[in-house]
Design a binder for this molecule. Structure first.
Ligand code: NAP
Ligand code: G3H
Length: 475
């Protein structure tokens, strides 16, 4: 019989009347069940979190940091246990799954250390009125309160830790909702917080389908801040429901790799393929299109094709580069994009093969802007090459996207790379490297429909704390 996982609420592990069965996307193995929480149970959990807030926020940063260091130690100790389930639950290569757990421990530790270094400031009155010279403001940060942290299936553990740890070190209490496909991994992450001995109510979990309880938890009056990573449509919905409450959204992307004539094409091809096909393309920061100058396009296409053909296709436990996608709907969506490009005349450089959710890597050359692949986020192993005749055209196509997460520029000419970076409507530009989130202390943000707010350990703590000033007059 598969294991029955429980939610952690107010210091206790709890079941719900309804349950959701979780199966491995790669081979349909039954992995266990998680509770589908009712609205009444959510209310109880929210009340417990609220009640735990005063004592938690009154602890010193050092005391809160000590709990987080313990969590990080436990995750490092349990990296293989959690990684093994994570690998099965989201069909991620085993080594990558273990490294996601270790990366999460690193973020938690970094957040603990960053919190200890937080400081306020003292300001002197600055207007021209004589009396203002007497005024002093003591400016400090205080927690926003109850933070709702929602993570996506592709990094259910890491993109939970990147929200939970900065929230907790800032003095907030947390309601963590993992993705349904990824919720067992999320609950294993929760076990680390439990073992570290956090006081009851400070950290709680909510499982259940987003389509059923998502609106309820986002609109819940006890929630003071929603920190979400996932798709743009769900992020937009959260934005509507959040009202005046602050939110942080990490959403979809259509990252471009812009390749100039003077680029090191061998390096570019390796970076582009690693960026496009890591975890089968199921990364927000995946390279999702190549915009290459026409004069070097033939050579680059050959080099990228050679790298793509080296990718292994198989099962997560074998650490294959390309593994089955998260579900059938995802594979159907990608097949639709591929068929659209083929029908409209793109040149297929690899053969399209699909077995259930497993799609072999797809590379298209001569993709044009009338094709869906030029604009839509596949979240799968397909890469379009779009040929351009000028830098201006590359920038224009890149900026025409509704998304604005990241971009890469490949060139030997650094001043030109900087000039291009300045014109790209994205949160981060990488020079001669693939698009990627890390390192996790860097600011991470999306322009346009790729998000709102800035993540990155220090930035996340700042976002989930608010400034309070105490002003007084000196004699
Ligand atoms: P998703 O379908 O939007 O789900 C993300 C999370 O939101 C899951 O926990 C989901 O729960 C929950 N959810 C669904 N409906 C909700 C609602 N109405 N209210 C509140 N929560 C709700 O996204 P995904 O398929 O897991 O992830 C893939 C997408 O995430 C891609 O578009 C990718 O680009 C984006 N992403 C962005 C970043 C970034 O940093 N910018 C990072 C990773 C992923 P259920 O699983 O129960 O539905
Ligand atoms: O899927 C979105 C993640 O934030 C990407 O992280 O670039 O380290 O794979 P990554």
């Amino acid at each position: 019989m598969s294991k029955q996982y429980k939610n952690y609420i107010n210091g206790e592990w709890k079941t719900s009347e309804k349950e959701i069965a979780i199966f491995a996307p790669a081979d349909n193995e039954a992995l266990g069940t998680v509770p589908a929480m009712s609205q009444a149970e959510v209310d109880d959990a929210m009340a417990a979190a609220r009640a735990a807030l005063p004592a938690w926020r009154s602890l010193s940063y050092v005391e809160r940091a000590a709990y987080l260091h313990k969590v990080a130690d436990i995750l490092v100790r349990d990296q293989e246990k959690i990684g093994a389930i994570l690998s099965k639950e989201v069909a991620k290569g085993y080594k990558a799954a273990v490294s996601e757990v270790v990366r999460t421990a690193d973020i938690i530790r970094y957040a603990a250390e960053e919190g200890v270094r937080l400081s306020g400031e003292v300001l002197e009155g600055g207007s021209f009125e004589a009396a203002s010279k007497k005024k002093i403001a003591v400016v400090r940060r205080e927690p926003v309160g109850v933070v709702l942290a929602i993570s996506p299936f592709n990094y259910p553990v890491n993109l939970a830790g990147s929200k939970i740890a900065p929230a907790l070190i800032g003095g907030n209490v947390v309601m963590f909702k993992p993705p349904t496909q990824g919720s067992i991994s999320g609950l294993l992450l929760a076990e680390a917080f439990v073992e570290a001995g956090l006081p009851a109510g400070v950290f709680n979990t909510i499982t259940g389908r987003g389509s059923e309880i998502g609106d309820y938890i986002v609109e819940h009056p006890e929630v003071n801040f929603v920190n979400f990573t996932g798709s743009t449509p769900v992020g937009e919905r959260i934005g509507q429901l959040a009202g005046m409450r602050p939110i942080m959204l990490e959403l979809g992307g259509k990252d471009s790799a812009i390749v100039l004539e003077d680029a090191d094409l061998e390096l570019t091809a390796k970076q582009v393929v690693a960026g496009a096909f890591g975890y089968s393309g199921q990364r927000c920061t995946a390279v999702k299109r190549v915009l290459v100058m026409d004069s070097v396009a033939d050579k680059l296409a050959d080099l990228i094709k050679a790298e793509v053909l080296k990718l292994s296709v198989g099962m997560p436990e074998d650490n294959a580069d390309i593994t089955p996608l998260i579900d059938t709907a995802a594979a159907d969506f990608i097949q639709g994009l591929v068929e659209d490009a083929a029908d409209k005349g793109a040149t297929a450089l690899t053969e399209f093969k699909r077995e259930a959710n497993l799609i072999t890597p797809v590379l298209f050359d001569k993709v044009t802007t009338d094709m869906r692949l030029a604009w839509e986020e596949p979240f799968g192993p397909v890469l379009p090459i779009i040929r351009v005749t000028s830098v201006e055209e590359a920038i224009a196509i890149s900026n025409q996207s509704e998304y604005g997460l990241q971009a890469s520029v490949f060139t030997q000419n650094f001043p030109q790379a900087f000039a291009i970076a300045e014109q790209l409507e994205v949160g981060t530009v990488h020079i001669n490297n693939k698009t990627q989130r890390g390192t996790d202390n860097f600011p991470f943000l999306g322009a346009k429909k790729s998000g709102a707010g800035v993540q990155g350990v220090k930035y996340s703590i700042e976002a989930m704390t608010q400034v309070k000033s105490v002003v007084f007059d000196i004699q």
